[in-house]
Ligand binder design. Sequence first.
Ligand code: AMP
Length: 278
Amino acid sequence: MILFKEARALKAHLSDKKAQDIRIGFVPTMGALHQGHISLIEQAKANSDYVVASIFVNPTQFNNTADLLNYPKTIDKDISMLLEAGCDALYHPEVSDLYQANEPKLSAADYGTFIHVLEGAKRPGHFDGVVTILTKLFDWVQPDIVFFGQKDYQQCLVVKTLIKRKFQAIQFVACPIIRESDGLAMSSRNIRLSAEERAQAPRIYKALENLKQNWNAGNWNQALVQLRQELDQTPFELEYLEVCDPETLEPLMEFSRDAIALIALQLGHTRLIDNHIL
Ligand code: AMP
């Protein structure tokens, strides 16, 4: 695997590959890698000729400085995992390679109603930061195909919109959520949970499963109210638990065949998100 610290060298290297008609698969990440990330690399390996990953904790998508500073970093382990997974190139830059001082963010405000709810409402400016960094990365890598996890479901809708507007040549692939054996969705943030918090964390997925069962049985509204109460008690602090239309993310008021449950909460000092197609 070739490690690139600078976009200039990465671009030159990849334009050689493009000239040889090599199909480039791209997996952007913020590092602290786990099996969820590796599943994307595996998908990329299966569907392209040359796999590029990036590791960059993107400051413009954090609306909370403490969260940015505390974001886990495990670069040596990440590199070993990428090597083992057969990744071909890694772009791991400093902030200065991607941003000029005081550079304004791009805006995702007109992407559709879905942009302003859930994560968009709880983390103002977050998706602007996502669109800003991905525009740069897509421009530089010029991938043929990109891989994103459904764990960040709303982000998948944002990326699909960005691709439709600016990068029509890129193929988008959404990959399933990889979970621990007790159901907890893998996340870089999980390593910050205390032993007690980690023991409580599987209740998040259990709540989503409970909703799925009640959704099909038809008494989901009652279940939703009850689960919101249960997950808003110590050690949890609920931000949202909603059943939504999968395209618009508008909350559903009545049964629909297409539905998704999405949740965000604080568990101690750690913010976790998850979702489940109903
Ligand atoms: P992150 O490093 O958190 O920005 O995530 C990088 C990519 O990995 C995003 O496309 C995420 O949706 C994806 N990802 C993170 N966790 C998981 C998971 N548990 N299963 C599948 N994909 C994931």
